[in-house]
Design a protein. Structure first.
Length: 113
């Protein structure tokens, strides 16, 4: 079956170094990050430590620092960096013609099974 993508709108809605959140009905909130290098990543918006909202963290390079207790998380892999342990689910994302898309299956797949 061919992949289908959810259109989140233009890339200009998220400033570099910032994140936006996307509530998914029946699922986890998703955070979409725009790095200062111009890359976009999507993660479930929950720190693996104590569920801190990663969308409110500080983005630097391709990682984000959790606003609650400063764990650092890779935006590429969702892996916790720097000696702490844990992982956040990543959501496949693509940018096409200046718009952001998330893989619909992985968003829908986050619904309570
Ligand atoms: S909740 Fe993120 S570091 Fe504690």
């Amino acid at each position: 079956m061919e992949a289908t993508w959810l259109d989140l709108g233009p890339v200009t809605q998220i400033e570099p170094g910032m994140a936006a959140t996307l509530p998914v009905i029946g699922g986890e909130e998703i955070a979409v990050f725009h790095t200062t290098r111009g890359e976009f990543y999507a993660l479930v918006n929950k720190c693996p430590h104590k569920q801190g909202p990663l969308s409110q963290g500080i983005v630097h390079g391709d990682s984000v620092t959790c606003p609650l207790h400063s764990w650092r998380i890779s935006l590429k892999s969702g892996q916790v960096l720097g000696g702490d342990e844990g992982c956040v689910p990543t959501i496949p994302l693509k940018v096409d013609c200046g718009r952001i898309y998330l893989l619909r299956e992985s968003v829908v797949g986050k619904r309570a099974a």
